[in-house]
Design a protein around this ligand. Structure first.
Ligand code: NAD
Ligand code: G6P
Ligand code: MN
Length: 447
């Protein structure tokens, strides 16, 4: 019997991550056969550059795949099996504002954490729900696998607004960290690691790591973490191109200090924003933030490579790379399509997975994934320190979603003042009023 083959739509076709995922779909063709790929974006001009380059790549490497790109939702979402989504509502121009406005008031500026993440959440919820609705209207049996950030807030919004939808929210950070732990332990493929992990998105801890034979790798990993954070895990092999800029290397080093707070667990790098917010502000340049680095770096690189492919008319030697980010989402699609029953870290309703924590929280925990969806693996109770942190942060995220739904200024002010990154309700209000001004046309009107 010949294997079924699938139709995939990439939402956010103009994303810097699209070429990597497109390449990975071809690379994994034997495990996860694809007969149709469509790119969808609401910015025709931006998408066209990526799409025209990928079109050439597909023609040269997989002419049997039907490829289209469009800004028309009906064309993009009809007759498909999977949506792989990575949109950025407001694009880098708004990311830059998210990062720079809080810094004006001495508060850290970050894509998904603190006031910047809250602002981005208020923009993203509508965009992600819109795509989910398109998929359900024209392809009701399809799955949406979503990378669009801030994943914690987006996931909570989906739980509240579309509780029965077939959407799974994911993050590549723990995957990259597992790549690094594998390097520390001399293991070639991260996918051999068995792990326990709990938390919220960009806010969690590994509690157990075993190799494929069940041997405990935590003692070895802890030794590296105590000395150098994740730095010992950085690989220079091809396929590790994602988090290599200087600022990321600093973050991997800083994980040593984050680890010091609880040497029983291995922390997510993003915890540094909540645990050491003063340090983050001191080491930030308010005139040149990560958004500027990305626009000068990854965006120029990817769009430069795409333009070159289009000019030359060939994708040979184009330098497109498929990294762990691309591998993870394609592996997940493959697990759903082909019932592989592999373990994935997903952002899902808690409902007892972390037993002493809000059952309605969207937690990041390991799950087994197959044709019928995912099953959570219980992580038991979390210690007091983590419980305190989780309660605070989940309340921030829930308040943001409530503010979006109810158009509530009050709740958004509460969310900002509750964030561990913000020193007082006074500062929260100053930042909020600036963010409202900057986000006109993107946020619901608050009252
Ligand atoms: P990007 O700006 O290069 O690409 C985003 C694309 O989305 C743009 O082409 C934009 O036009 C499009 N877009 C914006 N709003 C849209 C809408 N409403 N409908 C359709 N398309 C829309 O951004 P990027 O740096 O490539 O990142 C893309 C997304 O992936 C971001 O949300 C980023 O945070 C996220 N991301 C998540 C993870 C994770 O761990 N979850 C990892 C990497 C990137
Ligand atoms: C990690 C996180 C993503 C985040 C990205 C930012 O991969 O898991 O959620 O979007 O880093 O990277 P950037 O290079 O855009 O700053
Ligand atoms: Mn992430």
């Amino acid at each position: 019997m010949s294997k079924k083959s699938y139709a995939v739509t990439i939402a956010g076709g103009g994303s810097t991550f699209t070429p990597g995922i497109a390449l990975m779909l071809l690379e994994e063709h034997d495990r996860f056969p694809v007969n149709k790929i469509t790119f969808y974006d609401n910015d025709a001009e931006r998408q066209e550059i990526v799409a025209k380059a990928c079109e050439i790549y597909f023609r040269e490497n997989a002419p049997e795949i039907e490829f289209n790109y469009t800004t028309d939702p009906e064309t993009a979402f009809t007759g498909i099996d999977f949506v792989l989504a990575h949109i950025r509502v407001g694009k880098y121009a708004m990311r830059e504002k998210d990062e720079k406005i809080p810094l004006k008031y001495g508060v850290l500026g970050q894509e998904t954490c603190g006031p910047g993440g809250i602002a981005y959440g208020m923009r993203s919820i509508g965009g992600v729900i819109e795509i989910l609705d398109y998929m359900e209207k024209w392809s009701p049996d399809a799955w949406m696998l979503n990378y669009s950030n801030p994943a914690a807030i987006v996931a909570e919004a989906c739980r509240v607004l579309r509780p029965n939808s077939k959407i799974i929210n994911i993050c590549d950070m723990p995957i990259d960290l597992m790549d690094k732990m594998a390097v520390m332990c001399g293991i070639k493929d991260r996918r051999e690691l068995q792990y326990s992990y709990y938390g919220l998105n960009h806010y969690g801890w590994f509690t157990r790591i075993y190799d494929k034979d069940g041997n405990d790798l935590m003692p070895e990993i802890k030794k590296h973490m105590a000395k150098n954070g994740y730095l010992d895990g950085i690989s220079h092999e091809p396929g590790q191109e994602q988090h290599i800029d200087e600022s990321w290397v600093h973050t991997f080093g800083k994980a040593k200090d984050v680890y010091a707070l609880d040497p029983e667990t291995i922390p997510n790098t993003y915890l540094k924003y909540y645990i050491f917010p003063d340090y983050v502000v001191e080491t930030s340049d308010p005139n040149y933030t990560r958004a500027n680095e990305v626009m000068d770096g990854r965006e120029k690189r990817v769009f430069g490579a795409c333009r070159e492919v289009i000019e030359k008319g060939t994708a040979e030697g184009c330098g497109f790379e498929a990294d762990a980010h691309a591998t993870y989402i394609v592996d997940l699609a493959c697990a759903l399509a082909e019932n592989t029953m592999e373990r994935f870290l997903l952002i899902v309703p808690n409902d007892g997975a972390v037993s002493n924590f809000d059952p309605t929280a969207m937690v990041e925990v390991p799950c087994i994934v197959g044709k019928n969806g995912y099953e959570k693996i219980c992580q038991g109770q979390v210690p007091q320190w983590q419980k305190g942190m989780l309660e605070q942060q989940v309340s921030v995220e829930k308040l943001v979603v409530q503010a979006w739904v109810e158009h509530s200024y009050q709740k958004l002010w509460q969310a900002l003042s509750l964030s561990a990154t913000v020193p007082s309700a006074k500062v929260a209000k100053l930042i909020l009023d600036d963010l409202i001004e900057a986000n006109k046309g993107y946020w619901p009107e608050l009252h």
